[in-house]
Design a protein around this ligand. Sequence first.
Ligand code: BGC
Length: 759
Amino acid sequence: MRRLISALVAAAMLVAPAFVSAVPVDDRDAFITELLSKMTIEEKIGQMHLPAYPQLVTGGAYNANIDSLAEHGLLGGIFNILDVEGIRHLQELAVEKSRMGIPLLVGLDVVHGYNTIFPIPLALASSWDIPAIERTARIAAKEASAGGINWTFSPMVDISRDPRWGRQAEGAGEDPFLGAAIARAMVRGYQGDNLSAKDNILACVKHFALYGAAEGGRDYNTVDMSRQQMFNVYFPPYKAAVEAGAGSVMSSFNLVDGLHATANKWLLTDVLRRMWGFKGFVVTDYASIAEMGVHGFGSLERNSVAALEAGTDMDMTSDAFIRCLKNAVDRGEVTMERINTSVRRILEAKYDLGLFRDPYKYSSGDRDARKANAADAAFARRMAAETFVLLKNQNSLLPLKPTGKIALIGPLADTGANMVGTWSVTAHGNYPSLLDAMREAVGNRGEVIYAKGANLYSDAHIEAGATPGKFAMRDSRSEEAMLAEAVAVAKQADVIVAALGEGAEGSGEGSSRARLTLPDTQHRLLEALLATGKPVVMLNFSGRATVLTWESEHVPAIMNVWFGGSEAAGAIADVVFGKVSPSGKLTVSMPYCEGQIPVYYNHLVTGRPKRPDDGRYAAYTSNYFEIPNHPLYPFGYGLSYTTFEYSDLRLSSDRMDADGSITASVKVTNTGNRRADEVVQLYLHDVERSLAPPVQELKGFERISLDAGESRTVTFTIDPSMLKFYNYNLDYVAEPGEFEVMTGGCSDRCLKASFNYME
Ligand code: BGC
């Protein structure tokens, strides 16, 4: 590489000194045309080159002499650099030293916050609170932009029906409708109305496409799927992000129809640009072009051309374009026109960000907006509390009184660093732990006593993988000693809170799991705590749906707390002690056991369905010997400290015409004794159609807040666009016939009505 850079640099130095545009900067097309007309081929290909700064590395990063590339105009951008002075320095080299003076894109995985860290995306989705999710992206953009970042590799909108896949943590779950709503909100939050404002950053929707359907849930694995499933289930969130104006798209690591997504022209050009009208640029996911060789697609030269021809504009870390494209042009395999097209798209993004007017707007270093502020932290705490999902609450064990002796036990009880979850690249690690927050909440009204009780895993190697670097927290005592201490502490208490589950990196990229139950050592701890006879509340930390079948039979109260971000601990204390009622609803189905995967609510029906799905085996029907077909906890499920009753589902008409619409209204009553939020859900079911219909599909939802005893009628408008699907020929149509309408507080507990759609 070093030799290559020297050759490129030598070529760049032969060209005339700094270029000054004669065209006014306010005419974007003319300005970029002028730039392009003056750029050498090396400079053009340089714009298509995105190396990683060796500060944060997630894969096989190549060593690049980045200063020299910037100075010679051979760099489109840089990513994984976290210090604003370093960014400014590189920007100065690019703008003041390079011949064309083209500023750099500066990327980072700002995935769920920057300094104020919000819950992981899967948790955010569980809030179903779209305006609040948009606000998390807005705050992230404000902070990241002040830290020199102008481009985030987010939102990640991959649908995931397989919790073995660790990256389920980074997306919105299994539903295309909710996923699309969140995708739009995140793009709006990052990019605002006007990308050139100083605190807006470019979004990058990823990973296009189908990455969440990796076989066996093993990361980076093969994907193979019908086009009908792509269009109806997996594509909607990407499409929604594109329609919301996402300025860039990242292709994915997986295969699509046997081709690498990065070199799939149907995907990157026919679907993305021709069908959806995408105007921004496409970047590879990390070293995808280099990895194509490992897949068996041949040489880097061949794969560079294939990726470019398919529609890739920028190469992240493979050093493929910068090594191979010039020769490919010389050999006549690639036209200059094709190169110009990609470079134009990249320059347009820089232009839209306002970088040509003020290249230092992000790296001026004179703002402290990048620091977390108190109002944003308070919002992050409220937001985190909205994401927790109460799975079980026998005899209203929760909320706890902040009095008496409370034993807080578990490997996740006293580790602030683990609260933030995966892709928290800017986390400092010193966040309050649950123990800190519970002690603060209780004050002198009671006492919180603590024991760790167990390591995360008996196997130190697995634990190291699930808690890398600064998050490592292994206790060197024996399992027996830790358990004995925990039991002794638990015996003194009135109630036990068990903080169990995954480490921060136990889910996320490369963190696939084949067993989704609590690791053995934590399971033994939980059994021992239950054996004390004291009431036990289990807090399950996870970045995915896990298997809680044993727990749901034996533990009286269970709440999924995901990874709640920098304010998670306080938020958990708020909910545990009842300051806030839980209101999160699952966006991924929680399976009975791993063998049930994939299990998801919007499934199709077999010719031999098992009805009722009561778990009693029936020969020659579609069922298992051991478990029912439905999941343990379904999509849309989540309890509250109050109860909600649904009644009076009414349709404004029992028929709908092609140019008409109807309303569905339902009365929701808070039948408990405290104010709380509820997510009211609307599902439709096309009873008969030409392509096998799912049993139900989410088509609307509304988060409402009701006082004790209060009722509200929630009204959804249903129009023909909501009945449409991609048929066998991939035409987007609504077919006449009967539709069922379902509303309720969970996908499997709905009131039903139906109407006829007439064309
Ligand atoms: C991940 C992407 C990420 C990129 C840059 C890759 O390994 O798959 O999601 O944006 O690295 O950090």
